[in-house]
Design a protein around this ligand. Structure first.
Ligand SMILES: Cc1ncc(COP(=O)(O)O)c(C=O)c1O
Length: 399
């Protein structure tokens, strides 16, 4: 099909939740590169929004899918699943969690985390502890409960009444959090580095104080690592930057390298809260998803992609800060590892994103003044130099 035919078909039959998409349809990917229907090649600095951690068509990921698909794809959770048990073991042995449950997406993993926190206190005889405190500008998903957890009115406003008993407080404000905690609070849920609102890192001191506060007030600390987990920030998990451990954390996005899977990970005694019948999923933890995610996580660990993420992230930030010296409309470059945001004083982010596309680079725009970069963890200095040169040319035309 031609690009025009694909666009016409989409406009007629697909629900319009994404507005006017960029007029591109990819037909092939390899490593950092994607090819479109017209044969044009792009360097991918968004990775399907932090998903394609190994880049495109990584042989380990492709082999894991093919190998499992040739054996069998699905069998239900009535039976034991080898790759499910092995993937859970791999996550536990490399994290602070004691047990894992697999879902199909980030929102679903977060739903599981919310249920687990509430159920933990209910089973302890404290059913009044059900309230969850989240942060303003957070993003936790688009299901009804995770929407309520998301501290952004624009996502919530059309879906009232929202699932009750979620409140959000400003980021990095320990006083506000302290005051919001009450006898009904069961958990604080936050992203160590907020992604969807434009790469906003929490401060180390703040997170340490949050941990202490949760211990003191007997409430659970949940980290949503759906976007910042799995090497994205230069460490396998975002919490490693803070010297604290959450009681519960969630993963998705990069876990399957593009194959849908989410994970709810918890320490004991919280992990043992779920008993038969308390939670479940038809597709969650299926052999195909787990075999694929096992290959992806193994590659992230064995190929030292966290180290590459840290080194390349630093290189990218240095280069972008170089551009900041030259172009005063860049007000801030921020992030950790390969989760990087560049904020402008001018409302040109969408324009810049489109010009990057024209120059063969895929980046994301948040609102009208932030560009977000989340490249595959395999990105090289040459890829970064290419993007920075493209920015330089685009920015020089903006002045
Ligand atoms: C931090 C965070 N949590 C949850 C989600 C929701 O994940 P999903 O779209 O897989 O449901 C996202 C998606 O962007 C996210 O960034």
């Amino acid at each position: 099909m031609t690009l025009d035919e694909i666009i016409a078909l989409d406009k007629k039959y697909y629900m319009n939740t994404f507005g006017d998409r960029l007029p591109v349809c990819f037909v092939k990917g390899q490593g950092m590169k994607l090819w479109d229907t017209e044969g044009k090649v792009y360097t991918d600095f968004i990775a399907g929004i932090a998903v394609s951690a190994l880049g495109h068509s990584h042989p380990a990921l492709v082999n894991a899918i093919v190998e499992q698909a040739q054996k069998f794809i699905h069998c239900s959770n009535y039976y034991y699943v080898e790759s499910q048990a092995k993937l859970a073991q791999l996550i536990v042995e490399n994290s602070c969690a004691d047990k894992v449950f697999f879902a199909n997406s980030g929102a679903e993993a977060n739903e599981g985390a919310i249920k687990l926190a509430r159920l933990y206190f209910r089973k302890k005889g404290q059913p009044e502890k059900f309230e969850i405190i989240t942060l303003e500008k957070s993003f936790h998903g688009r299901t009804l409960a995770t929407l309520a957890a998301t501290g952004q009115e624009k996502h919530q406003k059309n879906y009232s009444p929202l699932t009750p008993k979620f409140i959000s407080v400003p980021i990095n404000d320990i006083e506000a959090l302290d005051q919001a905690i009450n006898d009904n609070t069961c958990a604080v849920m936050l992203e160590p580095i907020q992604g969807e609102s434009g790469v906003n890192p929490t401060k180390v001191d703040y997170i340490r104080q949050v941990r202490e506060l949760c211990n003191k007030r007997n409430i659970l600390l949940i980290f949503d690592e759906v976007q910042c987990g799995l090497g994205r920030t230069g460490k396998l998990f975002g919490y490693e930057h803070y010297g604290v451990e959450p009681d519960i954390f969630t993963l998705a996005k990069a876990l399957g390298g593009g194959f849908p899977i989410g994970a709810l990970c918890a320490k004991e005694p919280y992990a043992s809260t779920f008993e038969p019948g308390d939670h479940g999923s038809t597709f969650g933890g299926n052999p195909l998803a787990c075999n694929t995610a096992y290959a992806v996580l193994s590659a992230i660990i064995n190929d030292k992609l966290c180290e590459n993420s840290a080194a390349m992230g630093q290189y990218l930030m240095e280069k972008l800060n170089g551009l900041k010296e030259k172009y005063p409309f860049i007000v801030e470059v921020r992030g950790k590892g390969l989760m990087v945001g560049m904020e402008f004083s001018i409302p040109k982010a969408n324009d810049i994103k489109k010009q990057c596309l024209k120059a063969g680079y895929l980046v994301g725009a948040v609102g009208d003044n932030i560009i977000r970069m989340l490249p595959p963890l395999i990105v090289s200095k040459e890829d970064i130099d290419g993007l920075v040169n493209a920015y330089d040319q685009i920015f020089s035309r903006l002045q």
